[in-house]
Design a protein around this ligand. Structure first.
Ligand code: SAM
Length: 217
């Protein structure tokens, strides 16, 4: 598995998804197979999303690389993730921000959140707190955040999340009205009431369901 992981990380670097040593080291460190149901483990190092139950998926490795690179993570950051799933992306971000940093991650499906807690504990991500709830409300208890990112897509950028950023902080979220195509949007809080946003390209994510996202289908 370690050789497969190394090969995948090399491929993602060659393809330009992994750009920095920080993300490269983190993706080499985190065992993706530990964040998958047993039947999917043989496919851990194929670059594709995989099912984790409840109609949800673990993101493809190239997508995790894109998110981590675009977040421009550094040691000691306080980060909020919406959509924990089984915890793989969380583990890679946690590795990027190091032991002085902390990741708060919110998952609306209780059983996925519990599984993510176990997976993160087993793989030694001590700087992650998993919360069960509606991530479109953010996590006011620990505001403000250096970085916030969503791993599910919203119809528009939730204002609640923008307001929980530090000045200079950055939010990444897939946005769009189509189930099969959304844009990854980056919002930077440049001043108390001023935000700059940029579209980073097409992506495909499951819907973010909640008060400031989609209604339950
Ligand atoms: N981060 C995961 C990974 O490491 O591969 C991918 C998670 S999956 C693509 C998106 C997750 O977002 C699902 O587990 C889904 O239940 C969750 N989700 C959807 N809406 C949510 C919300 N409002 N709050 C929290 N989690 C939500």
């Amino acid at each position: 598995m370690k050789k497969d992981r190394k090969d995948l990380v090399e491929r993602l670097s060659d393809q330009g998804y992994i750009k920095t040593d920080r993300v490269r080291k983190a993706m080499l460190e985190v065992p993706r197979e530990e964040f998958l149901p047993p039947e999917s483990r043989p496919y851990a190092y194929i670059d594709q999303p995989l099912p984790i139950g409840h109609g949800q998926t673990i993101s493809a490795p190239h997508m995790v690389a894109i998110i981590c690179e675009q977040l421009e993570l550094t040691e000691g950051m306080k980060v909020l993730e919406i959509g924990t799933g089984y915890g793989y992306n969380a583990a890679v971000v946690a590795e990027c921000i190091g032991p002085e940093g902390h990741l708060y991650t919110i998952e609306r499906v209780g059983s996925l959140a519990e599984k993510a807690k176990d997976n993160l504990k087993k793989t030694g991500s001590d700087n992650v707190t998993v919360i069960i709830g509606d991530g479109t409300l953010g996590y006011p208890d620990k505001v403000p955040y250096d970085r916030i990112y969503g791993t599910a897509s919203a119809p528009k950028v939730p204002e609640t999340l923008k307001k929980q950023l530090k000045i200079g902080g950055r939010l990444l979220i897939p946005v769009g009205l189509d189930d099969f195509f959304q844009e990854l949007v980056c919002v930077v809080r440049v001043a108390e009431e001023e935000y700059k946003s940029q579209k980073l390209g097409g992506v495909r994510f499951v819907p973010m369901i909640g008060e400031h996202g989609w209604s339950e289908r």
